[in-house]
Write a protein that binds this ligand. Structure first.
Ligand code: NDP
Length: 481
């Protein structure tokens, strides 16, 4: 697959004609190439977006909505091809791409396409003298930068509200997983999406990504990725007073109280630990268990984890596919070594899984469960972002909260209890942006999505995203002479 940039409605090579290798995680082989875009490509994309902006931003919400719905329908029509491409590019089980990633990308477009049809603006009446009305205007050209774990899902989660609100977009998917963003650019051409409104530029973060953030004409940056990258982006953007929305890393606690629905808690904990090879920012990577059921939970959990089938992403029985890249596999393996040095017990997993050809060089790691570690150790403090979870006992609610809140991150948490008062009490005291009670990853796209502390700044979803991508302008009208 030879990937090209999508600028001003056309597919094009990068100006320097240089390409990077694109690897297939399932086999460890190069299967395509992607543009190694630089500042000059971003300049072209921003110019195209600026030219398209006057028409796109002044279009009625109804007309913008129709364009976005065309994209949603095109994704639905090509769901199978997109799912195959996502699974091949990322290593995730095909079934996951078919049932979660691509349907969600379709829904991101339809959700924001219809949301703008129901927008209302505020009016503040000052009696007989005057009144105010508040317009929400798009910002102009905005940058959207997304990670590799849920490629089209997170890419569209940013660009759909940005476009719906009337902005033109320069977007960069992760260079590790560019395939579905490229297919989306082909769908834009197929459905006649207006040229220049959405521009997709491929390349490395420190070249193409950095150029988007630095460009004086990008008015806002919506970024999802690692905390260190987020920090760098915030520093660059701050100097230009540029708006930023940052969705960053997590080290989420999954708190299991003694009165939980045990079977459901164990089953869901397996999913929240290892879905997408543990590469979801919302995965519960620290499982905190009340001491009275610690051993019972550990036994049941490890038994189920051992049954998870690691295999080629396109095999129907596969539950855990390949990690996204060799570099990431090595990073996760290093963390397992850190855990051993810190005195952790590897209860299961911890080793590479060797598959037969053509998958022998793929990046497979067996789901890993570790206990015996203090909450303060590196394994329990740093984001691993792979198929690795730790188990820790707690004595009471206070201790559970202290452990859960005792990291620099604050993205999400899960609580398992049948005690209604405790559930609400603990939820209110958790220093995170998202809490699930007796469930995990149940998503309503209208709700605020994002984290606190080192997990990010700002919220995505529903009106929160539409507010980020617009600026309020108050207009005061004097009535009384
Ligand atoms: P990175 O931070 O490495 O990269 C994210 C994106 O930023 C990529 O497109 C990357 O390009 C780009 N980038 C890198 N450096 C720069 C720069 N200096 N300026 C502009 N852009 C840059 O994250 P990963 O792709 O490794 O994703 C994993 C991380 O994402 C994890 O920490 C995870 O927790 C987080 N995440 C957070 C979510 C949330 O909602 N809070 C959801 C999903 C993931 P390139 O790929 O070329 O380096």
């Amino acid at each position: 697959m030879r990937i090209l940039n999508y600028i001003d409605g056309k597919l094009q090579e990068p100006v320097n004609k240089k390409f990077l290798d694109n690897y297939q995680p399932a086999t460890g082989e190069v299967y395509g190439e992607i543009p190694d875009s630089r500042k000059e490509d971003i300049d072209l994309a921003v110019e195209a977006a600026k030219r398209a902006y006057p028409i796109w931003s002044s279009m009625s919400p109804g007309d913008r909505s129709k364009h976005l719905m065309n994209l949603s329908h095109a994704i639905e029509k090509n769901l199978e091809e997109l799912a195959q491409a996502e699974s091949k590019d990322n290593g995730k089980p095909l079934k996951l791409a078919q049932t979660v990633d691509i349907p969600r990308a379709r829904d991101n477009f339809s959700f924001f396409a219809t949301a703008i049809l129901h927008e209302e603006n505020a009016m503040h009446d000052m009696g007989k003298h005057a009144f105010n009305y508040t317009l929400r205007k798009p910002l102009g050209v905005v940058g959207c930068i997304s990670p590799w774990n849920l490629p089209l899902y997170l890419f569209s989660w940013k660009i759909a509200p940005a476009l719906a609100a009337g902005n033109c977009v320069v977007a960069k998917p992760s260079e590790v997983t560019p395939a579905t963003a490229f297919l989306l650019s082909k769908l834009c051409i197929e459905v006649g999406f207006p040229a220049g409104v959405l521009n997709i530029v491929h390349g490395l973060g420190h070249h193409a990504g950095q150029a988007i953030v630095e460009h004086p004409d990008t008015k806002a940056i919506s970024f999802t990725g690692g905390t260190e990258t987020g920090k760098k982006i915030a520093e660059t953007a701050a100097g230009q007073f540029k708006k930023t929305s940052l969705e960053l890393g997590g080290k989420n606690a999954n708190i299991i109280f003694e009165d939980c629905d045990f079977e459901t808690a164990v089953k869901t904990a397996v999913k929240s630990s290892f879905a997408n090879q543990g590469q979801i920012c919302l995965c519960g990577s620290r499982i905190l268990i009340h001491e009275s059921i610690y051993e019972k939970f550990r036994e049941a959990f490890v038994e189920q984890v051992k049954k998870l089938r690691v295999g080629p992403p396109d095999a129907a029985e596969t539950q855990v596919g390949a990690l996204v890249s060799l570099a990431h596999l090595q990073k996760v393996q290093q963390y397992i070594e850190v855990a051993k040095r810190e005195g952790g017990n590897i209860l299961c997993g911890g080793t590479e899984v060797q598959l037969n050809q053509p998958y022998a060089r793929g990046y497979y790691l067996s789901p890993t469960v570790i206990d015996g570690l203090a909450p303060s150790c590196a394994t329990n403090q740093e984001e691993i972002f792979g198929p690795v979870v730790t188990l820790m006992p707690f004595k009471n609610e206070e201790e559970a909260l202290a452990i859960a809140n005792g990291t620099k991150y604050g993205l999400s948490a899960t609580i398992w209890t049948q005690n209604l008062q405790r559930a609400h009490r603990v939820a209110a005291l958790l220093e995170v942006g998202i809490v699930w009670i007796n469930c995990w990853l149940v998503r309503d796209l209208r709700t605020p999505f994002g984290g606190s502390k080192a997990s990010g700044m700002g919220r995505e979803g529903g009106r929160y995203a539409l507010e980020f991508f617009t600026e309020p302008k108050n207009i005061c009208v004097w009535l009384n002479q």
